[in-house]
Design a protein around this ligand. Structure first.
Ligand SMILES: Cc1cc2nc3c(=O)[nH]c(=O)nc-3n(C[C@H](O)[C@H](O)[C@H](O)COP(=O)(O)OP(=O)(O)OC[C@H]3O[C@@H](n4cnc5c(N)ncnc54)[C@H](O)[C@@H]3O)c2cc1C
Length: 396
């Protein structure tokens, strides 16, 4: 494993640093996992930042240059994410468009779809939300029940989506729906781009225990979606979905801004009176995890640099990251003493938000399954439903 950047990585890192040092917003970006802030307060700031990125050629690193990107690969994406984390920036609100919908449209879209969406997405003129999860389909996404029925040039969509971040302000949603219930569950799904202003769409915010509402339930009742908004072939939406999810994972590799070790250290120093031997032990244990995460990042970069694809590393990283956020926040909150219970503040807010990191982008248990199968060579979960027609599957 190479612990140092290759000359190319180092050159790219210097370029990224130079840009960020010159352009990072002077006023810190509000971050909803650290403070009470509603989406409306965030959107304009994130839109402005994405525009700055785009204006200077950093809008979408991995998109081809023909669509305004830089045509770079996963190595540069990771280095870029690390540099963003260094200046305290995490994933943008516009990430669903830039990192998920955009690459999917580039890979599977028609010329008309590319013309309609790519430039507005990279300029943050078009916000996109993800309409994948349902009350009965999260980890097992292919169990989704939202139905799309073809009527000539249009599709009629009925169903319910949930946990949809940004659905109150997004212009379009990437939606997957069942189009052939007679096919096995992975095979009868089609992928659509849905205008969020279309009649029949109702967005209901879900208020979280942090006090703000970043997720939404989205109800679709007889929503008419033109066939021209179908992305990829009919019933071939699972493959298109994999393009979206693979790009999401790639975009998140090395991403930070969720928990900063330095913030915890500053907090510890400011509350020295409450630091006992047990706290010191925990701090050291946490530091070993933080460093392990750095090593995993280095291992992924090394593999990519050799032209190999990382296997289960991203699952292990996701698990480790969620654990670091939870343990670090727990420690930070404890150091506040009784104030942690009765006052509001960054540590309290982060504590209330942290359970989300164990679910979003694949739950801990699902990541452990991946690691168990691919790293430890344990037998896969028994799936008995892959060849059964969806309509014959038992559903609660
Ligand atoms: C911050 C955040 C943002 C999100 N944003 C979006 C969004 O914009 N759009 C969207 O569509 N979705 C979004 N989601 C939903 C997210 O993708 C789901 O939460 C995730 O897929 C898990 O699904 P679920 O919540 O339905 O849990 P379930 O799948 O119902 O899981 C419940 C529990 O069972 C466990 N479990 C499930 N399957 C297995 C298994 N095979 N083996 C062992 N244990 C298992 C899980 O680990 C979990 O503990 C978001 C979630 C969060 C937390």
């Amino acid at each position: 494993m190479d612990l140092k950047d290759s000359p190319q990585e180092a050159a790219f890192r210097d370029e990224a640093r130079e840009f960020l040092d010159a352009h990072v917003p002077a006023e810190p970006m509000p971050q909803y996992h650290k403070e009470f802030v509603e989406d409306e307060q965030l959107v304009d700031r994130h839109r402005a930042w994405q525009r700055t990125l785009h204006d200077h050629g950093w809008g979408a690193l991995t998109w081809p240059t023909a669509y305004g990107g830089r045509g770079l690969g996963p190595i540069e994406q990771i280095v870029w994410n690390q540099e963003l984390a260094r200046v305290g920036l995490g994933p943008s609100l516009f990430m669903v468009g830039i990192a998920m919908a955009g690459p999917t449209i580039i890979a599977h879209g028609t010329d008309a779809q590319k013309a309609r969406h790519l430039e507005p997405i990279i300029k943050a003129e078009q916000g996109i939300c993800q309409l994948f999860s349902e009350p009965g389909a999260g980890s097992d996404l292919a169990s989704l029940a939202t139905r799309a029925v073809s009527i000539g040039d249009d599709w009629i969509v009925n169903g319910q989506k949930t946990w949809c971040s940004g659905a109150t302000w997004a212009d379009f949603g990437i939606l997957i729906a069942r189009t052939d219930p007679k096919a096995p569950k992975h095979r009868g799904i089609t992928y659509f781009l849905v205008d969020m202003k279309a009649p029949g769409i109702e967005v209901r915010p879900l208020r979280q225990m942090t006090g703000d509402a970043h997720f939404n339930e989205v109800f679709l009742e007889d929503v008419r979606v033109p066939d021209a908004n179908r992305l990829g072939d009919v019933d071939a939406g699972w493959g298109v979905t994999m393009t979206t999810l693979t790009n999401e994972r790639m975009a998140m590799a090395g991403a930070g801004g969720l928990f900063a070790w330095e913030d915890l250290l500053d907090h510890v120093m400011a509350n020295r009176g409450r630091v006992d031997g047990a706290t010191r032990d925990e701090l050291v244990r946490l530091y070993t995890w933080v460093r392990t995460l750095d090593m995993l990042n280095a291992r992924i970069l090394t593999k990519l640099g050799r032209g190999e694809m990382p296997a289960a590393e991203s699952s292990v990283m996701k698990l480790a990251m969620a654990r670091i956020v939870t343990k670090g926040t727990e420690l930070g909150l404890r150091l506040l003493g009784p104030d942690g219970l009765v006052r509001s503040g960054t540590w309290q807010q982060q504590w209330l938000f942290q359970p989300a990191f164990h679910l979003a982008g694949g739950s801990d248990e699902v990541q452990k399954n991946v690691a168990a199968e691919r790293v430890l060579g344990l037998p896969a979960d028994p799936y008995g439903d892959r060849d059964t027609p969806f309509e014959e599957l038992p559903r609660s």
